[in-house]
Ligand binder design. Sequence first.
Ligand code: GDP
Ligand code: ZN
Length: 373
Amino acid sequence: MAEKHPEPNSERSKTPLLGTVLAVQANYYQVKIDSGWENSSETPNPGKFDAESNNAKLLCTRRARLKKIGQQVMVGDRAIVEEPDWIGGRGAIADILPRETELDRPPIANANQILLVFALADPPLEPYQLSRFLVKAETTGLDVSLCLNKSDLVTEQQIQQWRSRILSWGYEAIAISVRTGTGLEQLKDSLRDRITVLAGPSGVGKSSIINYLIPNVNLRVGEVSGKLSRGRHTTRHVELFELPTGGLLADTPGFNQPDLDCSPEELAFYFPEARQRLESDTCQFSDCLHSDEPNCAVRGEWERYEHYLDFLSDAIARQEKLNQQSDRDEALKLKTKRGKSQYEPRLETKKYRRPSRRTEQQKLEELYQDSDL
Ligand code: GDP
Ligand code: ZN
């Protein structure tokens, strides 16, 4: 269909509508229009979600200009909408505001945080699994928060023990129970006016939480639960659910052991305990991997150091495998150095260089891929 030419002096161009893309389906975008936007002189603020907004949703196409410049529209995008047809519920996306964050798979723009859900019991809370999820979540670059569900199944003392243990890892966990209602107000507060991506292993109560937060989403939660519909986990179906108290929630399927794929060098930065040590002290070697190097600031008496070493050996093995592939691919002469710095030259290659922060954010895709294993 032919695009109309823009009308530069029209009333419309002075008062653009701004909204948030909630769902993408084929070439259509469901955009929730901010209320009162047209009267506001406020600067557009990507990632901010207006809790007062009404329910004006328009099914929009993407302007040809955006297609031409290859500008994709993602769920979570802040979109400038033109030519609203309020009766027909249609509109056209003329532009996208700069993104604050961007996840690749699932494609979600402007997410603020990842909320990890674990259960205190049934299934039992496994520190190693929790640690893996936390590190994986950290690789996205988003804020990471944690809630521990099913607090009704354990004693108050057990709850406090877990909370202080996890606090020593650098995380303040909220203990909740969907069954009894404990902690749910605090959970709601932590989601208010933010775009949150929910993740965690299956059976911990994620569907129950969504169900509680968004009562009218019932049917969809059934679809999401993972056991019923694996197909739902594909990126095509990414959708943001509106929380009645303001904010948006993206669900994820359950997954059991997320695959870590960060480089050995960056791993330490995904442990708050190690980060904290590196802030106040430095290692003797700038390329220290904090395993057995002398005068290391990170090695020491912190509980998850064992997890760090374990993930590190995985990361080194993966890096070496990549390097071998890279050697074959590029027929490069391997510059062998002594010890574990062997793989370092490879990090400089175009293909395997240290990823940018934005790329790191895209790693959330692993959370989704793993669920289909
Ligand atoms: P999901 O796989 O993470 O989506 O978990 P579900 O929401 O399907 O919940 C798994 C099971 O845990 C269900 O049988 C729920 O009824 C139960 N469950 C969820 N929340 C709680 C809770 O707070 N306490 C208890 N005791 N059971 C819960
Ligand atoms: Zn070190």
